[in-house]
Design a protein around this ligand. Structure first.
Ligand SMILES: Nc1nc2c(ncn2[C@@H]2O[C@H](COP(=O)(O)OP(=O)(O)OP(=O)(O)O)[C@@H](O)[C@H]2O)c(=O)[nH]1
Ligand SMILES: [Mg+2]
Length: 167
């Protein structure tokens, strides 16, 4: 049986935990970052790979800063599914709503992962209310088991990448 391939793109606001999630799922993941106040920020992309049985999942993380819209557009080309990672310790703002609206407009299957649920002050239910009608799951991007379970569940709902459909 041919291996199935999936391109999954992780969207989310600045500091939502996208790079952390991809690094947790693939400890050999690569990313391009720059120093910024209080730590580092993704300036181009994250890239990781995860094998789930016969399914090979290519994970691409996007930069969260608003000015990198062009990078999100390029990275998102040809994706099979999108993960919207939401920081459950901060209020859902206009930018996060913009990201979810863009994913819906592109008709891409997606899941909302409510992140940082291990942190004091996380309010996943308040965040969830903004995504009524969409599949949501609570995670901590630092917890490998929970993150992998969430990814597996999402991949299980998808069809493989179109390049394999010709086989
Ligand atoms: N407590 C807790 N902290 C987290 C979690 N996920 C990420 N963080 C922290 O949040 C900060 C930002 O995480 P990143 O993974 O760099 O966030 P990002 O979404 O890639 O950020 P940009 O690339 O700048 O958009 C880091 O200090 C992480 O350690 C989590 O699940 N729980
Ligand atoms: Mg990042």
């Amino acid at each position: 049986m041919a291996e199935e391939k999936y391109k999954i793109v992780v969207f989310g606001a600045f500091g939502a935990g996208k790079s952390t999630l991809i690094q947790t799922l693939d400890p050999q993941a690569k990313h391009i970052e720059a120093e910024c106040a209080g730590g580092s920020t993704t300036i181009a992309l994250d890239y990781g790979r995860v094998q789930i049985g016969e399914k090979r999942v290519y994970l691409y993380g996007t930069p969260g800063q608003e000015r990198f819209e062009f990078a999100r557009e390029i990275i998102g080309k040809g994706m099979d599914g999108a993960i919207l990672l939401v920081d459950a310790t901060s209020p859902v703002d206009k930018f996060v709503v913009h990201l979810s609206t863009s994913i819906i407009a592109a008709r891409i299957p997606y899941v909302v992962l409510l992140n940082k649920c291990d942190a004091i002050g996380a309010q996943p239910d308040a965040a969830k209310a903004h995504f009524a009608g969409t599949e949501t799951q609570t995670v901590s991007a630092k917890d490998r088991r929970g993150a992998r379970d969430a990814l597996e569940r999402f991949i299980g709902t998808l069809r493989p990448h179109s390049i394999d459909k010709t086989a």
